[in-house]
Every structure is written in structure tokens, then in C-alpha cells.
Design a protein around this ligand. Structure first.
Ligand code: HEM
Length: 136
């Protein structure tokens, strides 16, 4: 495995406890029956989605790091794949969380755009890696 892939994988692993902290925060709000969470379906859905996508996409990014060095891609495209996989689980959850910060938010604000940017980053990374693997 290349140093770049190992370093990216290491950063992703070190970042995973932030997902656990988010999960603990959700659990705490459920246990306390926090009205800003329990009585606000928009925040509940978006907070849950933020936590879930962060965790699952970090695992997906780790799979990407295992494969990227075997793809027939230039060094630049391999770096694009690594960066795409790594930023997606940051940007999308940030969009979910930061778009409904006020406890009474009944719709996401403009920060929800980060969800689309994160989705695009993941799509670029997966499609580029997939094509690179087919060419290998
Ligand atoms: C200490 C660690 C964690 C705690 C305490 C925790 C807690 C929670 C809680 C309370 C929920 C439900 C929220 C709700 O429905 O209102 C949840 C959902 C979820 N968590 Fe975690 N979590 C943790 C770590 C993780 C990790 C590491 C991952 C992924 C790698 C993950 C993936 C998910 C997913 C996919 C859901 C959504 C399930 C659904 O919507 O049906 N969690 N978590």
C-alpha cells in the first residue's frame, strides 16, 4: 500500500471516534427526551442521517484506500480518489448537522448544500476508482 493511502486510512481511523461522540450525543438526547430532538422530526432525521453517513462512509473510504493503489490511474487521479473518499464523510454530515442548529429549526438552511457537495465527492471517487480498476 502506498504511503498516501496508509496516511489517509490512518486519518480516517483516528476520525472515527468523532462518529462515536456524535452517537453518544444522539443517545443522550434520546435518554433525556430532549424536545429539540424528540419533538422535532426534521432535526431528528437530519441528525440521524449525519451520524449514519459519517460512520458508514468512513468504512467505505477505508475500502477505497485498500483498492486505489491497484487501479490503473495517474498519481493525480489516485489522489483525487483518496481526497474524494476522505472529504465526503466530513462534508455530508456537516451539511446535515449545521443546517438545523436551532432547536426549533423546521427546515434545513443553506448549509444543506454541503450534503450535495459531499455526495458529488463520493460519486467522483467511486466512479474514478471503478473505472481505474476496470482498466487495470
Ligand atoms: C459509541 C458509538 C455509537 C453510539 C453511542 C451510537 C448511537 C446511535 C444512536 C442512538 C442511533 C439512533 C439515533 C436515532 O434513531 O435517533 C444511531 C444510529 C445509527 N448509527 Fe450509531 N452510534 C455509534 C457509533 C456508530 C458507528 C461507528 C457507526 C458506523 C460505522 C454508526 C452507524 C449508525 C447508523 C447507520 C445509524 C442509523 C440507523 C437508522 O437510521 O436506522 N454508529 N447510532
Amino acid at each position: 500500500m502506498s504511503t498516501a493511502s496508509l496516511t489517509t486510512a490512518a486519518i480516517l481511523l483516528i476520525a472515527l471516534p468523532t462518529v462515536e461522540i456524535g452517537g453518544l450525543a444522539l443517545l443522550s438526547m434520546i435518554k433525556r427526551r430532549d424536545p429539540g430532538y424528540m419533538d422535532n422530526p426534521v432535526r431528528q432525521n437530519l441528525f440521524r442521517a449525519g451520524h449514519a453517513h459519517a460512520g458508514v462512509w468512513i468504512v467505505l473510504a477505508l475500502v477505497g484506500m485498500l483498492l486505489v493503489d491497484q487501479a490503473a490511474l495517474s498519481d493525480g487521479l489516485k489522489m483525487l480518489v483518496r481526497v474524494g473518499f476522505a472529504v465526503a464523510p466530513i462534508l455530508m454530515p456537516l451539511g446535515f448537522f449545521l443546517s438545523v442548529v436551532p432547536a426549533r429549526a423546521d427546515r434545513p438552511n443553506g448549509v444543506i448544500s454541503l450534503v450535495y457537495v459531499g455526495g458529488l465527492a463520493l460519486a467522483l471517487a467511486t466512479v474514478t476508482l471503478g473505472v481505474g480498476l476496470l482498466l487495470a
